[in-house]
Design a protein around this ligand. Structure first.
Ligand code: ADP
Length: 458
């Protein structure tokens, strides 16, 4: 509908105007209302403050009529958000309140028996606030009210509110709720029929090519997701296979070193025994890495095995530290505190967590000479902490440190060898035991890694 046809519109019509710019909206509404006021009819605007101000500026510029009709109570302007708050309860429209409030305003304007034109922005506010179902419901309420009261209603929506995917059905529903749908100004500005037909054909072509483009993108996205999932699966398969394959020769190597050690001891060959000790140390490292790799592929498949029983936590911690100390010459491993905790869980797996934390504490504090392990009880939990005096961890890493393959230290420099698996596995193990694991640390100020386990619970 071109602007020129405002005067010819029927007395009770519900139409929607889509707009591209505010300026067009203001000009359109001003003409709609001023035509009514000039004809001696009433005009109501339920709009935002900036729109009310701009519309009134236009109406004033049209002459005396505006001030006169305002004094007669034939021009009513209300804030859209305030009116919305009066007709909504707990975020939903209330039909009774709508009829009371909106019906009341229209009745008041129509007191002198004149026709009433209403411009409402309530629906647009609801739409912009993502309350799309309520926007459609409000259109329905306006239509229901129109069955008992006569008024013409001008609804306006900014077209950009429908940008993006997924609005197709709702857009169609909004259009269906109106007796007349007016496209945006780029279309209404066209005057000739041929010009409009051309515009429709161009829009149809654009619509078709966009629909084809969207379908193609969806197809590519689905294919990408599928190949990513396949790649993840293959990687996990590879890790699982590689770690199993590495494990077999390693077991055999360890067996032969024990044999060699036995023979060299018999021969009293001290120098070769020292070489063998170095080989053993490296084999230990390899064993830990391969076990981590085996564990990560099991954890990914949710297949980390657990053998659960009640065990004495302090005894496990003491035993683990003694074993670790026997292999550690650079640091003193000190034990502080104690608990009386009997923990239900997999003793070996909890031992694995402690080995991990203490090995990290040693690895990441090359300039220090001690690591302190503390035992304590907090409520229904036993807490084990390992404190080092090493390189520390900057705060922004803390929330990621228990993720798979995450390394706070620069892996490329290889200063601290590792795969970023140990803490992930530790986290999985502690989670499985209904416990908690966390870190307290600052860069260059050492770290304290702790885990807590529920005590005496099965
Ligand atoms: P890895 O030590 O094999 O890299 P982890 O999962 O055990 O893997 O640790 C992940 C990362 O957390 C490490 O690479 C390191 O950056 C950081 N980290 C772990 N423990 C400490 C610690 N005690 N001090 C400083 N950084 C640590």
């Amino acid at each position: 509908m071109a602007l020129a046809s405002w005067p010819e519109m029927s007395e009770s019509e519900h139409f929607v105007q889509f707009c591209e710019t505010d300026a067009f909206l203001v000009s359109s509404v001003s003409k709609f209302i001023s035509t009514a006021l000039i004809a001696g009819d009433a005009g109501i605007i339920l709009a935002t403050q900036p729109h009310r101000e701009s519309i009134e500026e236009r109406l004033r510029a049209d002459g005396q009529v505006f001030e006169v009709t305002r004094k007669q109570g034939k021009y009513i302007a209300l804030d859209a958000a305030t009116v919305l708050s009066q007709i909504m309860v707990d975020g939903y429209l209330d039909a009774t309140r709508f009829n009371e409030v909106i019906g009341g305003i229209i009745r008041q304007a129509a007191k002198s028996g004149c026709h009433v034109r209403v411009f409402g922005e309530l629906v647009a506010l609801l739409w912009a606030d993502s309350k799309r179902a309520e926007a459609i419901r409000l259109e329905e309420l306006w239509n229901e009210l129109a069955r008992t009261q006569a008024f013409s209603l001008f609804c306006a929506y900014p077209m950009q509110g429908f940008d993006g995917e997924g609005y197709e059905a709702e857009f169609a529903e909004i259009c269906r709720q109106h007796g007349r749908v007016i496209p945006t100004e780029s279309y209404t500005a066209l005057t000739g029929t041929d010009e409009r037909l051309l515009a429709i054909a161009l829009l149809q072509q654009k619509g078709n090519s966009l629909a084809a483009e969207v379908a193609e993108r969806r197809r590519i996205e689905a294919a990408l997701q599928e190949s990513e999932a396949h790649f993840r699966f293959m990687t996990e398969e590879f890790i699982s296979m590689a770690s199993h394959e590495l494990n077999t020769p390693l077991t055999s190597l360890i067996g032969y070193t024990h044999l060699l050690q036995y023979r060299l001891k018999k021969l009293g060959d001290e120098e070769s025994l020292r070489f063998l000790a170095t080989i053993n140390k490296q084999l230990d490292r390899l064993t830990r890495l391969i076990n981590d790799m085996l564990d990560i592929s099991r954890a990914q498949q949710g297949k980390l095995s657990y053998q659960e029983e009640f065990f004495d936590l302090d005894a496990l911690v003491r035993e683990t530290l003694e074993n670790l100390q026997a292999r550690t010459f650079t640091h003193q491993l000190l034990l502080e505190g104690s608990t009386t905790a009997h923990v239900y869980g997999d003793r070996e797996r909890i031992g694995q967590v402690l080995i991990n934390l203490v090995s990290n504490a040693i690895k990441f504090s090359p300039a220090a000479d001690k690591v302190i392990v503390r035992l304590s009880e907090e409520g229904d939990n036993a807490v084990v902490s390992a404190q080092d005096f090493g390189i520390g961890i900057a705060e922004h890493h803390h929330s990621h440190i228990f993720e798979r393959f995450y390394q706070a230290t620069e892996p490329a420099t290889r200063t601290y060898p590792g795969l970023g698996i140990g803490l992930y596995i530790s986290g999985e193990i502690i989670k499985r035991h209904r416990g908690r694991i966390w870190v307290e640390s600052q860069k260059d100020e050492g770290s304290t890694f702790s885990f807590s386990l529920p005590v005496n619970l099965q």
